[in-house]
Design a protein around this ligand. Structure first.
Ligand code: SAM
Length: 239
């Protein structure tokens, strides 16, 4: 694909993992501010992410924890990846942020290096420091399988599964409906995509969604509050 550095291209989807310029700021703008993370942060807070990729979003979350300055906090970060990247690739991608977040990148890489990426299912690692404790729960496999196997609902979902036109699976009604079922009361969803079917599928899943200003090249982004009593339309699989 033209214009995407080879390192950042996910060949499975002919799409980039993220824009390397300002990608941490983008994550903060769309997902961390969009979910009102700083205001809602509490012990045991749970984030769910679709598409772990290089783990850039998790680095942005830990940076936000550092700024929040609540050192005794413990949170959970559950993500999913169908095509886990090699440790070497992750290291080379994240090195773009080394000046800013080198200490966090080293911690993430250390945890990731202990996972057996050939084993499908849940993997758990702990990332800790002055910011508190982050439990990383990484599911190797398909996103619906991950969401369906979650025992505890999330407070915030970050949807980052490639351009819907290139990867419709990550935005399908069945998956977003399961994500609704795995969202706690008062929970949120945030994503860079404002595509009509994404908004409709999220609405059907119980979220009241709104377009908000995007970041960088993305003019608009989407955020939503889980309010099933207002917006839920039961999901009916197409016959
Ligand atoms: C845009 S990238 C995510 C970037 C990541 N959030 C980051 O900040 O580094 C989307 C990721 O979703 C993964 N993916 C795509 N379809 C999937 C599926 N159906 N189930 C699980 N993971 C999937 C891709 O392999 C890719 O790594």
């Amino acid at each position: 694909m033209l214009g995407i550095p080879d390192l950042l291209l996910n060949k499975q989807y002919d799409d980039r993992y993220f824009d390397v310029i300002n990608a941490l700021e983008e994550a903060k703008h769309i997902h961390i501010r969009g979910s009102r993370f700083a205001d809602r942060l509490k012990n045991g807070f749970r984030i769910g992410e679709t598409g772990f990729g290089a783990g850039r979003m998790l680095i942005a979350v830990i940076e936000a924890l550092e700024s929040a300055n609540v050192p005794d906090i413990e949170i959970h970060y559950s993500s999913v990846e169908l095509y886990p990247m090699s440790l070497d690739k992750m290291t080379r991608i994240l090195n773009s942020f080394r000046d800013r977040a080198g200490h966090l990148i080293d911690k993430l890489i250390d945890v990731y290096s202990r996972f057996d990426l050939s084993a499908r299912g849940w993997h758990h690692g702990i990332i800790s420091g002055g910011f508190g404790v982050v439990n990383l729960h990484l599911f190797i496999g398909e996103a619906l399988e991950m969401a369906a196997s979650m025992a505890i609902p999330c407070d915030a979902w970050f949807l980052d599964g490639h351009d819907p036109a290139k990867n419709p699976d990550m935005w399908r009604a069945e998956l977003l409906s399961e994500i609704g079922r795995k969202t706690a009361r008062g929970g949120t969803v945030t994503t860079f995509s404002v595509a009509g079917h994404v908004r409709r599928n999220l609405t059907a899943a119980g979220f009241s969604v709104e377009k908000v200003p995007g970041h960088g090249r993305k003019r608009e982004a989407l955020r939503g509050d889980f309010s099933p009593e207002i917006s839920c339309i039961p999901y009916k699989p197409e016959m």
